[in-house]
Design a binder for this molecule. Structure first.
Ligand SMILES: [Zn+2]
Length: 172
């Protein structure tokens, strides 16, 4: 496993629609392992492949449970979405900025796992928000595009006073 460089907001790969994965080969599996290591090292809760310069439809995301499990999704698709909720988000590719973003509250996502098996996840609340944020990355969309309000520096200051754990929930 190895750490990968996380691209920042003005990089063109972040604005590229990622391509479907046709063949789950060793390069794809290595990429997933590296993405998990990179996400953890950066204290993030999610990472999409184009954030590390690979425009393929792959994402990793915390399952938000205490055991620290990670979803590894290849070619994810949102099959159903309902409800709406506004919450604060940040992004490892948009350092230092946070904004309020409306997202669907409940989603059903289908994807392939690393063995190429079809999986289906029903999520709500924070894990749903993280997956929607990451799936947007795969379409070249950043949270700043959807934010209804960016937090101002005063609010950011109070964010910095939060514990590391609280802050890490906001970066994907
Ligand atoms: Zn992000």
């Amino acid at each position: 496993m190895a750490l990968r460089k996380i691209l920042n907001d003005n990089h063109s790969t972040l604005r590229t629609r990622a391509q479907e994965v046709k063949n789950i080969n060793s390069a794809v599996l290595n990429l997933i392992d590296d993405m998990i290591e990179t996400m953890r090292e950066a204290d993030g809760v999610g990472l999409a492949a184009n954030q590390v310069g690979v425009p393929k439809r792959i994402l990793v995301a915390s399952d938000c449970r205490e055991d620290g499990g990670v979803y590894e999704l290849i070619n994810p698709q949102c099959e159903k979405a309902e409800g709406e909720e506004v919450g604060v988000e940040g992004c490892l590719s948009v350092p230092g900025q946070y904004g309020e973003v409306p997202r669907h509250q409940k989603i059903i996502v289908s994807a392939l796992n690393r063995k190429g098996e079809k999986i289906r996840l029903e999520l709500e609340g924070l894990p749903a928000r993280i997956l929607l944020h990451e799936m947007d990355h795969l379409d070249g969309v950043l949270f700043v595009d959807k934010a209804v309000r960016m937090l101002d520096p005063e609010e950011l200051k109070s964010d910095e006073e939060k514990s590391d754990e609280e802050k890490s929930e906001e970066k994907s």
